[in-house]
Ligand binder design. Structure first.
Ligand code: ADP
Length: 274
């Protein structure tokens, strides 16, 4: 399922004295099964774009095509429920949204709400838990007895249980230690590979943005300022700085090596590649 934004504009509180143009001229296509990361300074429009990806916000101009579904400015939206199933959004600190007595019930909640029967929803809970790398033995535990990292995985399992084709992740490594961060990033890559998911990662971490992405999109003041492979983006350090962003420490280090005579292309982009 491809996603295409055509000339998308979003004004908050349009036609009021508080009107705010948050997005303009956004043209974007995300191909099926690709891994795209969106970076940008605070206020550049990342969260506004994210909320357009499953119809939480509607464009005030332009259109968004999500598979066979079109969300268009000024038109009434049909099948929003199906769009929300196809595009699963994992919001920041998703563990704050856990609420059921058991892990199993929490993960099964979404599918049951969507009309899946209890037996199938519990089966989905079991499979989704497996997908996020947690043991079945915690299904009957309270989510509140788990560690922070496990709670986050349970919340992600809840999104996966809906059977999305696209997984949108908003700062998914916020608050994790380096080990947890690496495991979380590896999990998303594995999901993309094994479940043929499209991944859209919204982050302010240059390291995370670069790690597995086929393509990086740099937002600046409400529109797309740069797009390309991480290597293409990082080769334009000055431009990034002008958008209030900084090269990852690893790349700065690599550039120092380059100054000493090593070619940029030969140097790994992240510490893991090294
Ligand atoms: P980011 O996620 O990159 O930090 P946002 O998408 O949250 O950026 O914000 C883009 C712009 O829209 C900012 O100028 C922000 O102040 C403004 N904005 C965000 N939400 C609202 C809102 N509910 N009402 C008015 N303006 C908003």
């Amino acid at each position: 399922m491809d996603i295409t934004f055509k000339n998308v504009e979003h004004r908050y509180q349009a036609r009021t004295p508080f009107e705010k143009l948050a997005l303009y001229d956004v043209n974007l296509s995300v191909k099926k099964e690709s891994y795209v990361s969106i970076i940008g300074h605070t206020g550049s429009g990342k969260s506004t774009i994210l909320q357009h990806l499953n119809g939480l916000l509607k464009p005030t101009e332009g259109s968004i095509q999500i598979g066979d579904h079109v969300i268009e400015a000024g038109k009434k939206q049909k099948n929003l429920k199906e769009v929300r199933r196809l595009v699963g959004i994992v919001f920041q600190f998703p563990e704050h949204q856990l609420f059921e007595e058991t892990v199993e019930k929490d993960i099964a909640f979404g599918p049951m709400n969507f009309g899946v029967n209890e037996t199938d929803a519990y089966e989905r809970a079991r499979k989704s838990l497996q997908l996020v790398g947690l043991p079945e033995s915690i299904l009957q535990k309270s989510p509140f007895d788990l560690s922070g990292g496990q709670m986050r995985r349970v919340a992600i399992a809840g999104v996966l249980a809906m059977g999305p084709e696209v997984l949108v992740l908003d700062e998914p490594t916020a608050g994790l230690d380096p080990k947890g961060r690496k495991e979380m990033m590896d999990l998303f890559y594995r999901l993309k590979e094994e479940r043929n998911l499209t991944i859209i990662l919204v982050t302010h971490s240059m390291e995370d943005a670069a790690k597995y992405a086929d393509e990086m999109i740099v937002m600046h003041k409400g529109t797309i300022a740069m797009r390309g492979t991480p290597r293409e983006i990082f080769s334009q350090g000055e431009k990034l700085t002008s958008y209030g962003l900084d090269l990852p420490e690893t790349v700065k280090f690599q550039q120092k090596l380059k100054d000493k005579g090593l070619a940029f292309e030969e140097i790994p982009l992240t510490l893991d590649e090294a």
